[in-house]
Design a binder for this molecule. Structure first.
Ligand SMILES: C[S@@+](CC[C@H](N)C(=O)[O-])C[C@H]1O[C@@H](n2cnc3c(N)ncnc32)[C@H](O)[C@@H]1O
Length: 224
């Protein structure tokens, strides 16, 4: 995408009521006002809160928001020009139960309070992200602890990825820990028992992997 187009999207994001772009400082120093108040102050209801981490264009957030009007969805990504797509679609389709936050996933426990979140989707994450000058996988133990902090008891995490390594690595970490694997498959489109949301929604990155005939993996797990 050209830089002119990106700038246009950044400017539009500023005007979108469903896009929240907190200052890094306010998030870090604990003064981000929506933390702990998402349902009351933003969505103005008590419905469950579902996050999509590294949401890109936000296909999961928007599609699930259409399907589940009784849940609230928040897509989080650092790249505003990407989630502009999801935000614009949500506005055009008058979906009041979806929002986008421009922030870093590693700040999740500063954006959301303890027990504030019901479910997390991690859709086609980068293999590793840079955080505190080192590289991390979004399902390493540090990140799982952060998710555990913001998730309610029995909160659910979904991981959909083309990376067989990430799939195996995550299953290995979950084994015997305080997590419970509810469903896992290394090739969801070849399995008739895959949950509907897993095979009925395709993300932008996923479509490219499907064109390359890569198998798509999925794990649904719970924090006990
Ligand atoms: C491989 S893309 C997948 C995007 C989308 N989920 C999809 O499937 O099309 C990974 C996304 O994670 C975002 N991302 C990577 N590191 C991040 C971080 N530390 N905080 C927030 N977003 C991040 C990138 O900007 C990118 O949009």
């Amino acid at each position: 995408m050209g830089s002119k187009n990106k700038l246009k999207r950044f400017r539009e994001n500023e005007t979108f009521e469903n896009v929240i772009q907190p200052e890094r400082e306010e998030v870090l120093n604990g003064s981000f006002a929506l933390k702990g108040n998402w349902k009351k102050d933003y969505f103005k209801n008590e419905n469950p809160l579902v996050l999509e981490l590294g949401c890109g264009k936000g296909e999961y957030s928007v599609s699930l928001a259409k399907e589940y009007k009784d849940k609230n969805f928040i897509g989080i990504d650092i790249k505003g020009a990407r989630f502009w797509r999801g935000a614009k679609t949500a506005l055009e389709e008058k979906l009041a139960n979806v929002a986008f936050v421009r922030s870093q996933i590693e700040l999740i426990d500063k954006l959301f309070d303890v027990n504030e979140v019901d479910e997390i989707w991690i859709t086609f994450p980068d293999p590793q992200i840079k955080y505190k000058r080192t590289k991390h996988r979004l399902t390493n133990l540090d990140f799982l602890q952060k998710y555990k902090k913001v998730l309610k008891k029995d909160g659910i995490i979904h991981l959909k990825t083309d990376s067989e390594f990430m799939h195996g690595y995550t299953l290995g970490l979950l084994h015997g820990k305080e997590y419970e694997v509810l469903y896992a498959h290394h090739d969801v489109y070849s399995n008739e028992y895959s949950p509907k949301e897993v095979t009925s929604i395709q993300t932008f990155y996923e479509m490219q992997y499907l064109e390359q005939r890569k198998p798509i993996t999925y794990i649904k797990f719970k924090l006990n």
